[in-house]
Every structure is written in structure tokens, then in C-alpha cells.
Design a protein around this ligand. Structure first.
Ligand code: ZN
Ligand code: ZN
Length: 404
């Protein structure tokens, strides 16, 4: 079995596997193969998949559809068309968790990664070797089951490493900071929470729903892609955590899109700009989308987890000039609050995961380059862009890269 990394930094991720046939695990970068197995919908894993023959879970396809169409409208230069998206979706092979399927000589199985709805880690069994690729590994969630419920064993592990080198405060502590902040601030006026559309936005809305009786909250607005992705969460209930499925079965589950509202006009938004309104809007980094419109309206705002420009400049205390989707331009100052709320496994969770998989070889992808370099040697190896690994058949002790 041969494995080749295409680009494994914070940019696009794709691994090519050769096992009787070539296929890619993720397509954040051009995979160079026709067959692509997707871990989840986020564009750093799926952007180059339209036009290919895709294998994925049902929610991954539904969420990717929204993200692909949005990406194309923002960047018409992308090397695929909306027709490619339709063709890929109608020919895509759907697979649920835990049910193996075959590509070439490989047996491929999805396992819940608990990162966003339908997110998977991928187990590839080939010539007696078990290779596990995590995609993005999740963390505790209000909506999704944790991966810890079922961790497959593997000989070779290729894992994301976003938080391997930096600890973050407990999620419980961060959510209670948000609670304390909203409890005070909502009495004075509306508040904006800038959140990634797929993953974080749904967690925030579910948090607000859970604590609605202890907050001076009147309205929850959910914008754009955050709203469309939440529709998918509400429709594909069987991929939510067990407690959600049970409350759905007994008829007591409140949908995210029933609890929150999606205003249809600017006039409606202006009317809702009152104390007690929480706006949850992408993008989480204020790089575009309605979060910018609301920030330019002067709402105090909250940032969540790892952010990119321009939010990273705002976090550094700078004032930044922004343009909203309607073409309004203005200056925004630093956020009121920055919370370390992430959909990625924490350092401790990553270490627990790695030890549960029990692999003899562990490769780090998709994380801080410096961290991966520092972790290299000993137990971990980094897998760099363009690097190729070959694993010979049979038990791992005879493997090409294992000590002989
Ligand atoms: Zn992701
Ligand atoms: Zn990712």
C-alpha cells in the first residue's frame, strides 16, 4: 500500500492511497485521482471534490453541497462548475458509519469522528495492513456523539494535530464565560457571536437553547450558511447524539431552526436590533458574510477558537476596515470576548485517541508546522506535502518504515 500526502498544513488536505486502485482520502487540495473518500464537508477537506466520484456519509454530502455552491459563488475561478457539483452529488456513493465498502483491493470503513454532523475517520484495510486517517477529530459536543465510544485499532495512524502543542481551557469553563457575558450584556443591547457556519454555529445555538431560561434573551438570529447547515442537522437526526435521537423519537426535540430565526429582510433585522437579541453569524473570522454586516452595525461581538484574518488582527487589538456583503465599508475594533471554543480534539483528547488506536506508526498532518516538527522523532512522524510512504504487505514488524 502506498500513501501520498498532497498538502497537509492548515490549507487543503488530501492523501492518495494505492491499493489495487488509486483513491484519495479527502480533497482539500487537488487529489489527482478520480475517486475521493471524504471525511467531512469542510472545504479544507472537500473543495476539490466536485467532478470526482465521491464516497461520503449522507450529512457530509448535504453539507458539502451548500459549501460548494457558496464557494463557487464567491470564487467563480474554481476549476469546477455547479453542474459538476450536481453530477458528483447524484453519482456519490453514500456509506453510513461501520459498514465497510470496497475500492480496488481496499476495504474502507467510516467511523464517527464527532467533529461536525456526519464527520468520519476512515479505516483502510489493504494487504493485511490497517491504516486509519482521522480527518478532523472532534471534541465534546452538545449535539454529536463523542468518537471515544468507538475507536478502531490500526497499525498505521495518520492523525490531525491541530491542538497537539497548545492546551486550551476546558469547554465547560469557556461556555460558562459566555453565559456570564450574555447574562450581563444582553440587558444593554444585542450581541453578535461570529461562528463558523458548519459546526460551531450549531453548538452555539444549542447552547443558547439549553440555557434560554437563565438568560435575558428574547431572540436568536441565525444567519446565512449557519442557517442552511442547521437545516441539515435538523433533518438528519439519526447522525446526532443518542440523547437528541431519543428526544426526537418521543417528540420533544426542538429543532435548531425552530428555536432560532432567519430574517428575510434587512428591515426585519433592524427591528430585531434590540436588547435581548443574540445574532449567530458566519464567517467566524469576519472575513465575509453577515457577521461583518452586524459588526459594522456596532454590535459588541464574541470570537470563538482559532480565527484567521481579519479576526486575528482584531484579536491583536487592531482596528480593521471591513466590507460587508452589501458593499458597506466601516471600521471595527477588537472583540468583547474571545473564547477557546473549538470543534477539534484537545491535546489530552488527541493523546488519549492515539493511545487507543494503538498504532505502531503515527503520522501527524493538518496542524501547526512548528508543532509537527517539534513532535517529530520518537513516537510521532510528520507527513509533509508531497511525501510518500510505502507499507509492504503483512504484519507491521516487516513494514518498510518500521524497524526490522
Ligand atoms: Zn473540519
Ligand atoms: Zn480541517
Amino acid at each position: 500500500m502506498r500513501v501520498k500526502a498532497v498538502a497537509t498544513g492548515f490549507g487543503g488536505v488530501s492523501l492518495t492511497v494505492e491499493c489495487g486502485e488509486s483513491f484519495a482520502l479527502d480533497a482539500g487540495a487537488e487529489p489527482g485521482t478520480e475517486k475521493v473518500v471524504l471525511t467531512h464537508a469542510h472545504l479544507d477537506h472537500s473543495l476539490m471534490a466536485p467532478g470526482k466520484e465521491v464516497y461520503a456519509t449522507l450529512p457530509t454530502l448535504a453539507l458539502a453541497r451548500e459549501l460548494w455552491i457558496d464557494a463557487k459563488s464567491l470564487n467563480p475561478e474554481l476549476p469546477w462548475t455547479v453542474e459538476d457539483v450536481q453530477r458528483t452529488l447524484s453519482s456519490a456513493k453514500r456509506a453510513p458509519y461501520g459498514r465497510p465498502f470496497r475500492i480496488g483491493d481496499a476495504l474502507v470503513t467510516f467511523y464517527n469522528a464527532g467533529h461536525v454532523l456526519g464527520s468520519s475517520m476512515i479505516l483502510v484495510e489493504c494487504s493485511g495492513r490497517r491504516l486509519l486517517y482521522t480527518g478532523d477529530l472532534g471534541t465534546a459536543s452538545f449535539l454529536l456523539d463523542h468518537w471515544v465510544k468507538e475507536v478502531p485499532k490500526a497499525d498505521i495512524l495518520i492523525t490531525e494535530s491541530s491542538y497537539l502543542c497548545r492546551d486550551r481551557p476546558s469547554a465547560k469553563k469557556e461556555w460558562s464565560r459566555l453565559h456570564a457575558y450574555l447574562k450581563q450584556k444582553l440587558k444593554e443591547g444585542p450581541v453578535l457571536i461570529a461562528a463558523n457556519a458548519v459546526g460551531k454555529a450549531q453548538e452555539v445555538v444549542k447552547f443558547l437553547m439549553n440555557y434560554r431560561n437563565s438568560l435575558p434573551m428574547k431572540n436568536v438570529i441565525l444567519e446565512g450558511m449557519g442557517w442552511r447547515a442547521s437545516k441539515v442537522y435538523d433533518e438528519m437526526v439519526e447522525y446526532l447524539k443518542e440523547s437528541e435521537v431519543l428526544s426526537w423519537l418521543n417528540g420533544s426535540r426542538m429543532k435548531l431552526t425552530e428555536f432560532a430565526q432567519n430574517p428575510s429582510s434587512l428591515g426585519e433585522r433592524v427591528e430585531l436590533t434590540v436588547p435581548g437579541t443574540v445574532v449567530v453569524a458566519p464567517s467566524g473570522s469576519l472575513s465575509g458574510g453577515m457577521s461583518v454586516w452586524w459588526a459594522l452595525k456596532g454590535l459588541p461581538y464574541v470570537l470563538l477558537g482559532h480565527v484567521f484574518e481579519p479576526a486575528s488582527q482584531l484579536l491583536a487589538g487592531e482596528e480593521v476596515s471591513l466590507e460587508d456583503p452589501l458593499g458597506n465599508v466601516g471600521t471595527v475594533g477588537p472583540p468583547d470576548l474571545h473564547l477557546e471554543i473549538s470543534r477539534h480534539a484537545s491535546r489530552q483528547e488527541l493523546l488519549t485517541f492515539i493511545s487507543k488506536v494503538g498504532a505502531e506508526e503515527v503520522y501527524l498532518v493538518h496542524g501547526d508546522e512548528e508543532c509537527r516538527r517539534a513532535a517529530e522523532g520518537g513516537k510521532f512522524k510528520a507527513l509533509w506535502d508531497g511525501e510518500e510512504l510505502t507499507f509492504s504487505p503483512g504484519p507491521l514488524s516487516r513494514g518498510a518504515t518500521a524497524p526490522s
